[in-house]
Design a protein around this ligand. Structure first.
Ligand code: FAD
Length: 382
């Protein structure tokens, strides 16, 4: 009997566990381990912030996976021995024949620290949502700053979506004329991963809503006493009344401790097979760095899930035979604009240069985004 341990129950882990359960023989075991007991898609946070829908409505219990024959363990993963496929957890050891690593990427500790300043929040932290909503409901003048603090970070369009949500919330309260909205990025343009045209599209939409975009603005500090964002290269500081920061992603410590990081400091699986050096070992999603011609594959759930299906198939091939599957770098991102409109950024991210195009926003694509969530939650958890 084969046992596959899936480390992490986010986008990549859940998609991998479902694929494994379907294709491993009935006597094969799939064990999914996560410290959390639930799953929700990243964009559900911004729908909550925008008042479109509470995050709870898009949240599912990982326990539902047990109905499909997946053994779910809620525990902290504290150690991984890749040679023996033994995983140490706070609830005991799990001995497996193969490992799927999908542990995501926690926010950089130094950025979390900066965001403890008064008036500052981690835009990506669901626990910060109530306070962010309260602050946005009470601000009447001053400046809201949305700052990308470093990279890589999750879902490259999300900070711009957030700036436009802030704009809409302030307009709803008739205070927009008295509150400036600024979004800063250390990158040279809004969405380098999607190319110049998509970046221009974002910039135009921000401009059309009176949101200032400051590219090449690398945050080095947040001065808590004066409520100012401090930038590198002597760029002018930016005072804020409300700061919504996007922390950089980092590699989970347990993966570094297991000796799994490559020269980039990230897991570096084969871009097509998602295999890591070693036997019956694959890695997917935000804990990986997959170089592309211009940068790296975005940290996004759509990619994590697509990689996971391929990676899980390849583990099945290792265990019971069959041909390798290949991830071709094709994927997409939803870029949500106010008024339930979504632009669609899609293409071959592995092409040189990436062959990615943008379909301008419309409501039909918003419905496609809704369907993406609804269909995946149904297949995974119902
Ligand atoms: C605001 C926002 C909007 C987004 N919008 C989109 C979007 O529109 N489209 C899109 O494709 N992506 C979007 N994303 C990005 C997406 O959520 C992530 O890229 C995706 O979740 C990555 O999947 P993953 O499986 O690699 O990691 P995760 O989904 O983060 O899962 C990792 C799991 O591992 C668990 N874990 C980590 N370490 C341990 C440990 N030591 N022990 C036990 N468990 C552990 C965690 O609890 C977690 O459940 C968005 C993200 C945010 C924050």
């Amino acid at each position: 009997m084969n046992t596959v341990a899936v480390l992490g129950g986010g986008f990549g882990g859940v998609a991998a566990a479902i694929e494994l359960r379907e294709h491993l023989a009935d006597d094969g075991e799939v064990v999914l381990i996560d410290r959390r007991d639930h799953f929700a898609m990243g964009f559900a946070k911004l729908w909550d912030l925008a008042g479109i829908r509470p995050i709870a409505e898009g949240t599912r219990s990982l326990r539902n996976l047990e109905r499909k024959g997946i053994d779910v363990r809620q525990a902290e993963i504290t150690g991984i021995d890749v040679a023996s496929h033994r995983v140490q957890t706070s609830a005991g050891a799990v001995d497996a024949d193969a490992l799927v690593i999908a542990l995501g990427a926690p926010p950089a500790a130094q950025h979390r620290e900066l965001l403890t300043a008064p008036g500052a929040h981690d835009l990506y932290d669901p626990a910060a949502l109530p306070a962010m909503r309260d602050d946005l409901a009470s601000i009447t003048s001053g400046r809201v700053v949305v700052s990308i603090l470093g990279g890589p970070f999750k879902c490259p369009p999300a900070p711009y979506e957030a700036a436009l949500i802030v704009d809409a919330l302030l307009r709803d309260r008739w205070v927009r004329d008295d509150v400036e909205v600024v979004v800063t990025t250390p990158q040279p343009m809004a969405l380098p991963v999607a190319g110049v045209d998509a970046s221009q599209y974002v910039a135009e939409h921000l401009d059309g809503h009176g949101v200032e975009l400051r590219p090449q603005a690398r945050v080095v500090d947040v001065d808590a006493a004066s409520r100012r964002v401090v930038f590198a290269d002597d760029a002018p500081e930016l005072g804020y009344d409300l700061l919504l920061g996007v922390p950089a992603d980092t590699l989970p410590q347990v993966l570094a401790d297991a000796g799994l990081a490559g020269p980039s400091g990230w897991l570096e699986p084969d871009p097509h097979t998602l295999r890591l050096p070693g036997e019956r070992l694959v890695a997917v999603g935000d804990c990986t760095r997959i170089p592309t011609a211009t940068a790296q594959l975005p940290h996004a759930g759509v990619f994590a899930a697509a990689q996971a299906r391929v990676a899980a198939s390849n583990i099945v091939a290792d265990l019971v035979g069959g041909a390798d599957q290949r991830f071709d770098g094709h994927g997409y991102c939803f870029l949500e604009l106010p008024g339930e409109q979504v632009a669609f950024v899609e293409g071959d991210f592995y092409a040189d240069p990436p062959n990615v195009s943008l379909t301008p926003a419309d409501h039909e694509q918003f419905r496609r985004k809704q369907a993406y969530e609804r269909d995946h939650l149904a297949v995974w958890f119902d």
